[in-house]
Design a protein around this ligand. Structure first.
Ligand SMILES: Cc1cc2nc3c(=O)[nH]c(=O)nc-3n(C[C@H](O)[C@H](O)[C@H](O)COP(=O)(O)OP(=O)(O)OC[C@H]3O[C@@H](n4cnc5c(N)ncnc54)[C@H](O)[C@@H]3O)c2cc1C
Length: 391
């Protein structure tokens, strides 16, 4: 417990690792963040969705654990279980949803259901369902405030002895005799017994300084914020077209501190643009507004009269791996651990990830949940995972 553990990156994942390490009694935990505030990376840009409706067992388990954590956390994550409604336009997609529901239910997600067009219309009145053949609805899925989650983790970690340094950029990881020996920052060298890479979309370059080849690529994701003339349907869940990934949800702003400010007229919509190249570009592109509107007009005619709120539209980075699953665990360098590559699901999976990393460091393996299939080795030995609900 006296070992010094350095966490690189002050997003929600680094904060969760700090929380879970200090909860286990580690006192010499230092979190380094290069920006002057925490949450300035992808965490502060996220949509705030949480769902257990995935295809692979590991993603479902990570979500179910995290949903329970969030519901019972000793701090308020602003969990709002409005549900996730997936819409299928083809029999192939409907069958995919049915298969996934079977697995989700077998793993303990009892309140996820197939739903037909008639019931979809009663959950969200006003949708265009002409091309919809069915769907799925998960009642425990919904929304959280990513910054409230981050704040809850880090406040508790600091109260238990963790130290946080902002404006501290990690330049390299020192390795001596195959073991981590230090983390070298803009402020100088910090000797340590273990280091955890939680630097999100920038994780590959952090890992490269220790000669670890981490296949994580950054990709811009954009979100349109709009104000609707009419109030949105009451209880609007996250609505997702499975075919092209178009999705929308009631909008809300995320801040540190609890600000439950909702407006019945504000809505977010987005979709994964297939033409988006890998890059670190986080400029919002005005042209995306019209592209997203063309999808919104088709699926949700009640959004036609909405007006984009340009100053609230935003872009952030997904951190994609080749199989769209996270990388969690150790690597060839002893004492160096990885918690990155969440491929757009890092907020919702941060509670389970923090616990898994703490157990891997302190007990050699995650005992509460098998996460061994997320080890970086899978990219060398060809044991990639398969998830199609990558939105
Ligand atoms: C538009 C959008 C919508 C999303 N919606 C959702 C959603 O609904 N639900 C969900 O679960 N996820 C969502 N995500 C994904 C989610 O935001 C990320 O998976 C998650 O935030 C990853 O957290 P992180 O802590 O690993 O990374 P980040 O939040 O990016 O934190 C990494 C930190 O490391 C710091 N850093 C980088 N390099 C260095 C260095 N050399 N030295 C020191 N510090 C460094 C960065 O400044 C940054 O603060 C979304 C992402 C985007 C872009």
């Amino acid at each position: 417990m006296n070992q010094r553990i350095v966490i690189i990156g002050g997003g929600v994942v680094g904060a969760s690792v700090a929380y879970h390490l200090t909860e286990r009694g580690c006192r010499d935990v230092v979190l380094l963040e290069r920006e002057n505030t925490l949450g300035a990376g992808s965490t502060g840009k996220a949509t705030g969705g949480i769902r257990a409706q995935f295809e692979t067992e590991i993603n479902i388990r990570l979500s179910l654990y995290s949903l329970d954590f969030i519901k019972n956390a000793p701090f308020d994550c602003e969990y709002d279980p409005k549900g996730y409604l997936f819409l299928a336009q083809t029999d192939k997609h409907r069958n995919y949803l049915a298969r996934s529901i079977e697995l989700q239910r077998a793993l303990g997600y009892s309140d996820v259901y197939p739903i037909d067009a008639e019931n979809i219309a009663s959950v969200v009145p006003g949708l265009n369902l002409d091309d919809v053949v069915g769907g799925s609805f998960g009642l425990r899925d919904g929304f959280i405030n990513p910054l409230a989650l981050l704040e809850g983790f880090i406040t508790n970690a600091v109260l238990s002895g963790a130290r946080v340094r902002t404006s501290a950029e990690v330049a390299s990881i020192g390795v001596n005799g195959g073991r981590v020996s230090s983390v070298n920052t803009s402020e100088g060298k910090l000797e340590c017994d273990a280091a955890v890479i939680c630097s999100g979309p920038w994780a590959a370059s952090t890992a490269a300084t220790a000669d670890i080849d981490l296949p994580i690529s950054p990709q811009r994701r954009q979100i349109v914020w709009a104000k609707n003339s009419e109030p949105l349907p009451e209880g609007l869940p996250m609505v997702i077209d499975l075919g092209d990934g178009f999705h929308f949800r009631p909008a809300r702003e995320f801040h540190f501190g609890s600000h439950k400010t909702f407006s019945a007229h504000d809505v977010l919509f987005a979709y994964p643009d297939p033409d988006e190249p890998d890059s670190f570009n986080t400029e919002f592109d005005e042209a995306f507004i019209e592209k997203a509107y063309s999808k919104a007009r088709h699926r949700a005619p009640f959004l036609v009269e909405s007006e984009p709120v340009r100053e609230k539209c935003r872009a952030g980075l997904y951190e994609n791996t080749p199989d769209h699953h996270a990388v969690i665990g150790g690597c060839e360098v002893e004492g160096l651990f990885l918690a990155c590559g969440f491929s757009g699901h890092g907020v919702m999976h941060s509670p389970a990830t923090g616990r898994a990393v703490a157990e891997i460091i302190l007990d050699s393996e995650a005992k509460f949940m098998d996460v061994s299939m997320l080890h970086i080795d899978r990219f060398q030995n060809g044991k990639l995972l398969h998830e199609t609900a990558f939105i």
